[in-house]
Write a protein that binds this ligand. Sequence first.
Ligand code: SAM
Length: 291
Amino acid sequence: TNKYIATPIRTKEILKKYHFTFKKSLGQNFLVDVNILNNIISHTGIDKEAGAIEVGPGIGALTEQLAIHADKVVAYEIDQRLLPILEDTLQDYDNVHVIHEDILKADVQEMINKQFKAEQPVHIVANLPYYITTPILMKLLRENLPISSLTVMIQKEVAERMAAKPNSKSYGSLTIAIQYYTDAEVVMHVPKSVFMPQPNVDSSILKLTRRKNPPVHVEDEDYFFPIVQACFAQRRKTLRNNLTSHFKGIYDKEEITTILDEINIDGTRRGESLTMEEFATLANTFYKRSK
Ligand code: SAM
């Protein structure tokens, strides 16, 4: 396995050859452990028929393993300096296509139409730049892309929030946002030692499987998500108090208590105890009243 990019020896060689210096501002922590990479890939469901999209290939550690296991890989890399390096490190693989673009600005749907076969399952796999984990995932989920799964290495605390259950410390508006679109599962925790340079935070592999339909009926998503956020605005406050702040000038505390009573949700509960279904009922009720 010494021939693989994802080893400390080869990674150091490549960095030295190109005088590459890490940019912290781009979240550059490269993986130097082939076992971890194969572990990630084994959880994706990728096989030789499948397509893979990677966000941030770096010097190609994960890209190389995807090229070996998948039919085709398309990778988005924002750092211009890495393009000539990737040409070199991935020269043996003719099924990799690198796009020099900010993933947040990319038209991923159009790329999929162009780069993958019509019925081909496509998976997103990435060791994400930690400074924009949430914006990247929310972009990819909201665009309703024809994606079978998203398997990503992210900061452990964020992975735990995304996969959290009600009544836990990690449960919050991010949990609802992610689980509205996907079934979220923390696959494994990963030691800092598999990265170069080692990050300051712990990491986990998170697997998101797209739902065919949202798990609850929401009248208006643009109304739903802000209400969920409001219920968690001050975690120690009751639902009633958080909603009173949210609806200031529209409903007073008494009116809010009455509305909550009507839908059998105790206003003295905290946001972290509400299920997704209860959030939907709550948001739909206020939404209908606003019409
Ligand atoms: N996949 C490589 C690996 O595992 O060794 C590198 C992962 S590193 C954590 C994150 C990568 O994402 C870096 O190569 C960085 O330049 C790139 N990146 C950061 N922001 C990006 C963006 N907005 N769009 C695309 N790539 C980005």
